[in-house]
Design a protein around this ligand. Sequence first.
Ligand code: FES
Ligand code: FES
Length: 166
Amino acid sequence: MKVRFTVNGAAVEVDVEPRRTLADALREDLHLTGTHLGCEHGVCGACTVLVDGEPARACLMLAVQADGMSVSTVEGMAGDDGTLHPLQKAFGECGGLQCGFCTPGMLMSALDLLHREENPSREHIREELSGTICRCTGYMGIVDAVEQAAAELRGFQEGAVVGPEQ
Ligand code: FES
Ligand code: FES
């Protein structure tokens, strides 16, 4: 089946079997391998992308379900000139990643959160990211990163004190 949608603002068309997942279409047909595949059954969150602005597990969604929709992946976070999004920068600065396997899903989930809330509490950040599993970081650096990026996006000075772990 021919499926047309946009990815990070660009119109794309893929010719897929009806059973092909959105994750496989992104990774294998469109070569957007930033969306990671872990469990492939909706548990780990590594494959999280935004579909029409809502977080979705790309391993559970069929490519045909994306027809006519707008998909955002981690490849679209940085600016056209390569400038990292404040969330990407903060993950690097705060130790929000180690092996990086969970990171695309974490970033997309965090992006969704910051679209909805400009100043989430640490507790709420943890709750919102609880659907994405990280085996490396212990989560503290991830929460720090989201808090730092939220502060930057609110226009605070870079390096603003983000408060101790609670
Ligand atoms: Fe999709 Fe784990 S790969 S939730
Ligand atoms: Fe390794 Fe999260 S950084 S799984």
